[in-house]
Design a protein around this ligand. Structure first.
Ligand code: CFM
Length: 546
């Protein structure tokens, strides 16, 4: 959807972005700023350390492990072993929702569990305090599971959270206690935490409950965290078409569902970055293939449902999928027809963590808007260039730091859901099994890809491109809006959502229409534009008192 927009020469933009950096930094950053060509797919430098001093938007390993992957499961008591800030600032801020089936069901998401480490614990060790906290949580709630998350000081002083977990698990007998060495510094970003979380969930949860699951078409939804209710909309659609969702990793999920997830016949992956490890490990151990899907965007949702129908190869299921698409499509079409004339030809920039910068391009395309620049904060080269690049990725010291589990086929439970010949036949039908094409293939030629965009670079991009909307998170929001550009938070969705499926697409269209067509943005003058004589000029730094 290229409308007639004039895009600045990306080579010049790249030059300008790195111009002010010292030579060494400029050289490094240049490798992460790439001009896209969907035919050739140039190499992008990704998943490497941020240059110290540059203001990155990345988070830490603990955030990726506790906040992202484990946090949304409602009946695990997640105890953060560390100073209180690590817990407090991760408390409910991600907007991952959950819906217990009855009022009596366990739901610990509203709680904030922390060992509240003090200086004394740093000096003399915090294991004792941790065990007291685990005991207290057990006495109060009698949960099925307690998970412990290590923050930076825990690794520095050498508290053994795994030993504490083992001891308490044995003591209780009826509560699964396990720990994560996900100290914030474990990797270059939260991506390390995802991997650590995948390993822990796979080792300590998946496969514990062998009760056969009911249903003819059973799948797990991987990498969907129910931000703003996204998973609720996907669940609604699955129910309508007759697909059984065994477990979601991990939006709106429960311990039991995850422990039973190996009884499903397919894993569909929404966020490849955060959970692809799980897909691979479950394939090897249990013989469950995985397939990349995207439920962000009405057309993508329809496409993903058809892919699932094709995988199960059942005519009745396929017919139901078509019927549901036909039933849902008119309401989406009606809204798009009304909004499209107002959004068509506008431009967007998307800089989000590891998946959404890709997925949300589909929604913008449906609105007739072009994504002129995009990038991930912490994704890897395969999320940009596609999984074919995996063998070429250099494993550096930071990645080596994260354990790669040695997974083998389970002697009893391994059961390949499809034969080699069946998988081949599906591939011939265009179904990518265990594959992902990445973001760049979908983006237009000459669009700009920037990995780990710095704060400085984001301001420069806005100055040069003047996009109609900038999508990022709370760290960028108000600075960008002061520049007169609306910012849509694609992490927490501001106050909106769900944005998945058909209903979600409608919500998104309306929200974006309201934002890009709001005249208020043209009236905004940034403080530095109005300071001094009222005609624009230098802004005196107000924080300098003398
Ligand atoms: Fe996956 Fe996510 Fe994302 Fe992510 Fe995240 Fe998130 Fe994200 Mo914020 S799991 S990679 S670590 S889709 S919290 S729900 S929005 S950065 S793009």
């Amino acid at each position: 959807m290229e409308a007639n927009i004039i895009i600045p020469d990306p080579a010049l933009v790249r030059e300008e972005l790195i111009q002010k950096y010292p030579a060494k930094v400029a050289k490094k950053r240049a490798k992460s700023i790439v001009i896209n060509d969907p035919e050739i797919i140039p190499e992008v430098q990704a998943n490497v350390r941020t240059v110290p001093g540059i203001i990155t938007q990345r988070g830490c390993s603990y955030a990726g492990c506790k906040g992202v992957v484990l946090g949304p499961t409602r009946d695990i008591v997640n105890i953060v072993h560390g100073p209180i800030g690590c817990s407090f600032y991760a408390w409910l801020t991600r907007r991952n929702q959950t819906k217990p089936e009855t009022l009596m069901d366990e739901n610990y998401i509203p709680y904030c569990f922390s060992t509240d480490m003090q200086e004394e614990n740093i000096v003399f060790g915090g294991e004792k305090k941790l065990k007291v906290a685990i005991q207290e949580a057990y006495d109060l709630f009698h949960p099925k599971s307690i998970a412990i998350f290590s923050t930076c000081p825990v690794g520095l002083i050498g508290d053994d959270v795994h030993a504490a977990a083992r001891e308490m698990k044995e003591k209780f007998g009826d509560c699964n206690v396990f720990g994560f060495s996900c100290e914030g510094y474990r990797g270059v970003s939260q991506s390390a935490g995802h991997h650590i979380a995948n390993n822990g969930v796979f080792k300590h949860m998946v496969g514990r409950d062998n009760t056969p699951s009911e249903g003819k078409f059973k799948l797990n939804l991987l990498g969907e965290y129910n931000i703003g209710g996204d998973a609720f909309e996907i669940e609604r659609i699955f129910e309508k078409v007759g697909i059984t969702l065994v477990a979601s990793f991990s939006g709106n999920s429960t311990v039991r569902a995850i422990e039973n997830s190996h009884t499903a016949d397919l894993n569909v992956i929404l966020c490849h970055r955060s959970i692809n490890y799980m897909g691979d490990m479950m394939e090897t151990k249990y013989g469950i293939p995985w397939m990349k899907v995207n439920f962000v965007g009405a057309e993508s949702t329809a496409k993903s449902l058809r892919k699932i129908g094709e995988y199960f190869g059942d005519e009745e299921l396929k017919a139901r999928i078509e019927a549901v698409i036909a039933e849902e499509a008119p309401k989406v079409k009606a809204v798009i027809e009304e909004i499209l004339p107002r959004t068509k030809g506008k431009t967007a920039m998307l800089f989000v963590g590891g998946s959404r910068a890709h997925h949300y391009q589909d929604l913008f395309a449906e609105l007739g808007m072009t994504t002129v620049a995009a990038g991930y904060e912490f994704a890897h080269r395969d999320d940009y260039e596609g999984r074919d690049v995996l063998p070429k990725i250099k494993v550096d010291a930071d990645s080596k730091n994260i354990e790669e589990l040695k997974v083998v086929a389970d002697p009893e439970l391994y059961n390949p859901r499809k034969t080699e010949a069946e998988l081949e036949a599906l591939k011939e039908k265009g179904l990518e099994i265990n594959g992902y094409e990445g973001m760049m293939k979908q983006m237009t030629k000459k669009s700009l890809i920037v990995d780990d965009l710095s704060h400085y670079e984001s301001e420069k991009l806005i100055e040069i491109y003047k996009p109609d909307i900038f999508c990022a998170g709370i760290k960028e929001k108000y600075v960008v809006q002061k520049m007169g550009i609306p910012l849509k938070q694609l992490h927490s969705y501001d106050y909106g959502g769900p944005y998945t499926g058909f209903e979600g697409a409608v919500n998104f269209y309306k929200d974006i229409d309201r934002m890009v067509n709001n005249p208020v943005w043209k009236l905004i003058k940034a403080p530095w534009e109005t300071a001094g004589n009222g005609k624009g000029g230098e802004l005196a730094a107000s924080y300098v008192t003398q």
